[in-house]
Design a protein around this ligand. Structure first.
Ligand SMILES: [Mg+2]
Length: 224
């Protein structure tokens, strides 16, 4: 039995499912810290930046702050010299960091061939929490610019709100029970999708956790 037997359509998460976001972020922050303050411990910087991103991106996803403001909040907490900086200085600093991280954008192994092969068989989309222009740029870098993109900045609500999955299914023209959501985040890609009536596959490259859905460690397993 294949994991996609009986499926009419597949939705993929983007960050850390198709694009190796964590590696790019860590590479980017290391390079930027080296440039700004080479005395700062790179391992600590990576850990602190990860925590700040998680905390403030969650606030953005919950609608508490704007996309730009969650970036600025991360920077104010990360650098003492930016704690009282003006927005335009924070935005300039973020652009400097982001150039480093963007230079390190690369696909998760097997992601591009899996999406391409599936797209020849059925409707395939990407359902992601994030800002549409940025997420579209990531897909283009992966060579997947033609894949239907559903970004939360353009949806009625972000994952794990059921409206996110419903909107994506409706656009793809597929019924939720015959649509499979594939992603690395248990809450956003598995539990939320199942609550909305979709099937799910948890993409897990070695994290602890128990999934109510089938698990793959390599996206290519979806093709068998
Ligand atoms: Mg993800």
């Amino acid at each position: 039995m294949g994991l996609l037997d009986g499926a009419d359509a597949v939705l993929f998460d983007l960050d850390d499912t198709l694009l190796d976001y964590a590696t790019a972020r860590d590479t980017g922050i290391r390079a930027w810290v080296q440039e700004v303050d080479a005395t700062r411990h790179p391992g600590d910087a990576v850990r602190v930046w990860r925590e700040l991103e998680e905390r403030h991106f969650r606030r953005y996803s919950a609608g508490e702050v704007s996309f730009d403001e969650q970036r600025r909040a991360r920077l104010r907490a990360f650098w003492p010299h930016l704690s009282r900086a003006a927005d335009e200085d924070l935005d300039r600093a973020f652009a400097a960091y982001f150039a480093h991280t963007q230079a390190a954008w690369s696909p998760v192994p097997g992601a591009v061939e899996t999406v391409t092969a599936l797209a020849a068989r059925m409707p395939v989309g990407v359902l992601t929490n994030g800002q549409v222009e940025l997420q579209a740029r990531k897909l283009r870098v992966l060579g997947l610019g033609d894949v239907a993109l559903f970004a939360s900045s353009e949806l009625p609500a972000p994952k794990p709100d059921v409206r996110a999955y419903e909107a994506a299914c409706s656009e793809l023209g597929s019924a939720p029970p015959r649509t499979v959501m594939v992603g690395d985040d248990l809450t956003n890609d598995v539990e939320g999708a199942m609550l909305a009536g979709l099937r799910a596959v948890w993409f897990n490259r070695g994290h602890a956790g128990t999934s109510p859905a089938p698990v793959v460690s390599d996206l290519r397993h979806l093709l068998s």
